[in-house]
Ligand binder design. Structure first.
Ligand SMILES: C[S@@+](CC[C@H](N)C(=O)[O-])C[C@H]1O[C@@H](n2cnc3c(N)ncnc32)[C@H](O)[C@@H]1O
Length: 361
């Protein structure tokens, strides 16, 4: 039995773990990450659980000969892996099983769900995911790129498994015809648990009922973030919040506030009942182009659950019955209704406007 200071293991590769910091002889002496060698360890079952600075702990292991691990890539000047704050770099240049997994995270909702992770593209979304403490499982970088300071810093500081991926494959995973991303991230899905939604006397939560467009989900989440909502709930049979189009459209806001998927409106209504029982007088306000009251006449300064309906059919009958009020955004042209995410943006702006005015009084 050896003792190690920093280690993690990955259930997707059972029986294998990676020692990320230990002295040359495998005996930890300090919390320093240098010198670092990677070992293949034989461990018993373990769930994914990065352990950092938890002190020494035992692992059953069979140690192979110590060997330094090097990045050996352009753009980092051949830095030793530990100087980059990383330990293990795996190379992917062909369409192997790992690449197929990443592709599936982009294209296949069932696979995302089964693996409990999704692929994040873009500088701002990746930055937001890191800043907001999301679990980054893997970082993929373009082997042939001269990496920017941002990408280097992410590789230096974010604790995740690193993959050096060929330019061609990065291009395919990046989702843009005319650009190759220098960095992509595989991020763990958070739990769909309504307890993640903040409640209180100033709460403002948006429900999006059965949205069909991932772009609309992302846009609505972005507006909810911009106008001070505490969370978003997506109800019913809907497009996936973690679809790359939704993630891109949210421009990182998806990582800044809780977005929870709930199979039906009943589950949300029982959560509302619990919140009300705790003394928060939350009101449920539906939006509809045929609503009775103008949104500007409704008091959005109270704790509010604002409902936005499906792009084609509007709010479900269940939600309509649950509404305390149905408000409309007045329209003056020939349009029969607004786009759902646009309507959400207008109502959220009205909520923020009223709340700011009330705070000034
Ligand atoms: C495209 S609309 C749905 C139109 C659909 N034909 C219907 O009958 O409801 C999608 C959602 O956006 C919101 N919405 C669109 N225009 C609105 C308006 N003028 N006032 C209030 N809400 C509106 C509502 O929540 C609506 O359910």
């Amino acid at each position: 039995m050896d003792m190690y200071r920093f280690a993690y293991w990955d259930p997707r590769r059972p029986g294998r773990a990676i020692l990320v910091a230990a002295g040359r002889d495998g005996v930890p002496r300090s919390s320093s990450l240098r010198p670092t060698y990677a070992y293949d360890l034989l461990v018993g079952a373990g769930r994914w659980e990065p352990r950092y600075s938890l002190g020494t702990f035992p692992l059953r292991c069979r140690r192979s000969a110590p060997r330094p691990v090097r990045c050996g890539r352009q753009g980092m000047g051949g830095l030793h892996a530990t100087e980059a704050g990383l330990t293990v770099v795996l190379r992917v240049s062909g369409r192997n099983a790992r690449f197929q997994q990443w592709k599936a995270l982009l294209d296949n909702r069932t696979k995302r769900q089964r693996r409990g992770e999704f692929l994040v593209q873009g500088v701002r979304p990746i930055t937001m995911a890191v800043e907001h403490g999301w679990q980054i499982r893997e970082l993929l970088y373009d082997t042939s790129a001269q990496l920017s300071g941002w990408a280097r810093e992410a590789l230096d500081t974010v604790r995740a498994e690193r993959f050096a991926v060929s330019r061609e494959l990065m291009h395919e995973l990046g989702g843009k015809a005319d650009a190759v991303p220098e960095l992509l991230a595989v991020v763990a899905l958070p739990e769909d648990d309504l307890r993640r939604i903040p409640v209180g006397p100033t709460m403002l939560t948006v429900v999006f009922d059965r949205p069909t467009s991932p772009g609309n989900i992302g846009t609505l989440v972005r507006s909810a973030d911009a106008f001070g909502a505490g969370g978003v709930i997506v109800t019913g049979h809907a497009a996936d919040v973690y679809d790359p189009k939704a993630v891109r459209a949210s421009t990182g806001s998806l990582f800044a506030l809780p977005v929870v998927r709930v199979p039906s409106h009943q589950a949300v209504l029982s959560w509302v009942a619990d919140v009300r029982a705790d003394g928060i007088g939350m009101s449920i306000v539906g939006t509809d182009e045929r609503g009775i009251l103008d949104a500007a006449e409704y008091d959005f300064t109270q704790p509010t659950l604002t409902l936005i309906g499906n792009e084609t059919t509007g709010l479900s009958s269940g939600w309509r019955e649950a509404c305390d009020q149905l408000v409309r955004i007045p329209m003056f042209g020939s349009a029969s209704s607004l786009n759902a995410a646009t309507a959400a943006t207008v109502v959220l702006y009205e909520s923020a406007r009223q709340r700011a005015a009330a705070a000034r009084r």
